[in-house]
Ligand binder design. Structure first.
Ligand SMILES: [Zn+2]
Length: 116
C-alpha cells in the first residue's frame, strides 16, 4: 500500500476521518526547516519530506501535534488573553501620559522656568 494511502487510513483509525493528508515532497519547505505542517482550519496535513522513511517520521510527529492540540489550545488562549490585557494596560498608560501626565509635567516645568 502506498504511504499516502496508509497515512490516510491511520488518520481515519485514530478518529481524524475528516482530515486529509498529502505527501507533497517540497525542497523549498525543507530548506526552510519545515518537514510538515497541519492546517487546522482546512483539516489538512502536509508532509514535505523527499523519502518515504522521512515522510513516515514526519507523519508520526504531526500525529503527535494533532493529539496535543486540545491540551495546548487552552494554554495558547491564556497566553493570548494575557498579551491582550498587557497591551491594553500599556495603551492606557500611554494615553494617560500623553493626555494628563505630560501636560502637567510641561506646565510645572514652565512654572519653574518663570520663577527663576
Ligand atoms: Zn512540530
Amino acid at each position: 500500500m502506498e504511504l499516502q494511502q496508509k497515512m490516510a487510513m491511520i488518520l481515519e483509525r485514530l478518529g481524524y476521518s475528516d482530515w486529509e493528508v498529502h505527501w507533497t515532497p517540497d525542497t523549498k519547505m525543507l530548506d526552510c526547516g519545515r518537514r510538515g505542517e497541519i492546517m487546522k482550519d482546512d483539516k489538512l496535513m502536509l508532509i514535505y519530506d523527499l523519502t518515504e522513511e522521512r515522510a513516515h517520521g514526519t507523519f508520526c510527529h504531526e500525529l503527535g501535534e494533532l493529539a496535543l492540540y486540545p491540551m495546548l489550545r487552552p494554554l495558547y488562549r491564556i497566553i493570548d488573553l494575557q498579551r491582550k490585557a498587557l497591551e491594553d494596560l500599556a495603551y492606557r498608560a500611554k494615553e494617560h501620559y500623553l493626555d494628563e501626565a505630560l501636560p502637567n509635567l510641561l506646565a510645572v516645568l514652565s512654572e519653574l522656568k518663570a520663577e527663576k
